[in-house]
Write a protein that binds this ligand. Structure first.
Ligand SMILES: NC(=O)c1ccc[n+]([C@@H]2O[C@H](COP(=O)([O-])OP(=O)(O)OC[C@H]3O[C@@H](n4cnc5c(N)ncnc54)[C@H](O)[C@@H]3O)[C@@H](O)[C@H]2O)c1
Ligand SMILES: [Zn+2]
Length: 377
């Protein structure tokens, strides 16, 4: 057996002044976790927060990497799944972190997907009035989206991510080999967020993905390249607009329709977040193409063809089971977005790679469009 090739990782910096940090991307850098932490915060202890799926595969290697660099660590394991972004689990993790004698200068490490990243980041933002934390993403979605940018949250009975804080990590270590144990469906769902960066701002990256997506799924250097490109795109947007007062909203391409569909499916395994975003982006492209002079229909079809080709849902009929009426879908959209004088804000597209924020979308126009789409099912 030949040893796997270990190239030097790619480093992408998130430029936020005193809160700047590196994203380290490659196959294998988990082994350097302890050394990187010791260099950033000499003498600090760490508490690793993870879920029971991730713990099975990746907790021991992470602990070994800390031990080798002399970083003392403890662990907190929570149940896998969105339900862990709750007050109850938040409280348990806060208490466990305090019980492990983590002091102000010590660190939390989020080892997991977006659920663990959001939960751990929020815990770190409040325990002892703020601890530093490190993101070690283990899903594709977390690699390209949730681990970067400092949005942390848990869920409220009124909706997802309503209790949270902006709290930037001090390091993101994206070891792409950790994705080898990720179920294919989860990988594919994360791919929707990855291709989003091409669709919203980089036509060349989208064209590259059209040619190379099979290699991205298979692993190796194409996967690392695609993750690094996505992190560069997200880092640039976050550096321009950390608190989403402007441009950062572009990252919500496909999310207005997507969130409504996700909610309609009860945030269940029926439709994963990335799957909902794929269908939502397909709808956003078609909706853009219908508005006068915006986007050629052929271009919308090209975007949708790629999403369908990788096996992501693009039509309402791709979503199994019943969907609510157009009234209920409009209600879900209104819960997600403020409707001002009958107008909604949407991320629309002029072409592949050129998304923009449109504040004046008539809710009636959206309703007509969605009724047609529901009728096509
Ligand atoms: N903070 C942000 O900017 C941001 C952005 C996007 C999404 N999010 C949040 O991210 C969450 C979704 O994240 P996700 O899709 O990563 O879900 P997740 O964290 O629930 O992970 C998905 C599933 O994969 C398992 N898993 C994770 N890594 C694995 C691995 N390497 N091998 C085997 N199994 C593994 C998990 O245990 C879980 O069952 C949502 O709560 C969403 O709100 C946050
Ligand atoms: Zn998303």
């Amino acid at each position: 057996m030949t040893a796997p090739v270990r190239n030097d990782p790619t480093i992408v910096n998130v430029a936020l002044g005193a809160r700047s940090y590196d994203i380290v991307i490659g196959r294998g850098p988990l082994a350097s976790l302890g050394a990187r932490i010791a260099a950033l915060r000499p003498g600090a202890k760490a508490v690793i927060v993870t879920d029971d799926n991730v713990a099975r595969y990746h907790l021991e290697p992470a602990e070994a990497a800390l031990r080798h660099a002399g970083v003392a660590s403890s662990r907190v394991i929570v149940p896998a799944g969105e339900a862990s972004k709750s007050y109850r689990v938040f409280e348990q993790v806060c208490e466990a972190v305090i019980a492990s004698r983590i002091e102000r200068g010590d660190l939390a490490i989020a080892l997991g997907g977006g659920v663990i990243g959001d939960l751990t980041g929020f815990v770190a933002s409040v325990v002892r009035r703020g601890l530093d934390y490190v993101q070690v993403p283990t899903t594709l979605l977390a690699d390209v989206d949730s681990s970067v940018g400092g949005k942390t949250a848990i869920d409220s009975a009124h909706g997802k991510n309503l209790i949270g804080a902006f709290h930037q990590p001090i390091l993101v270590l994206a070891d792409t080999a950790l994705l080898d144990t990720l179920p294919e469906r989860e990988f594919r769902a994360g791919y929707a967020e990855l291709v989003k960066y091409g669709l919203l701002g980089d036509a060349d990256f989208f064209a590259w993905l059209e040619k190379n997506w099979r290699d991205v799924f298979a692993g190796a250097s194409a996967r690392d390249h695609a993750i690094a490109e996505s992190c560069r795109a997200k880092a640039a947007i976050v550096a321009r607009d950390e608190r989403e007062t402007g441009d950062r909203a572009l990252l919500n391409l496909g999310h207005t329709f997507g969130h409504a569909l996700e909610a309609a499916c009860g945030f269940s395994d029926r439709l994963l977040h990335g799957e909902a975003i794929s269908a939502g982006m397909a709808l956003a492209f078609e909706f853009s193409a219908r508005r006068q002079g915006l986007l050629p229909m052929a271009e919308a079809k090209r975007a949708i063809r790629h999403l369908a080709e990788v096996g992501l849902p693009t039509r309402l009929r791709d979503i199994a089971g019943p969907l609510p009426s157009v009234d209920q879908l409009m209600e879900l959209i209104a819960q997600d977005k403020k409707v001002k004088r009958g107008m909604l804000t949407f991320i629309l597209v002029r072409s592949i790679g050129a998304a923009f924020i449109e504040a004046g979308v008539d809710a009636r126009e959206v309703r007509v469009f969605l009724s047609e789409k529901l009728a096509e099912r």
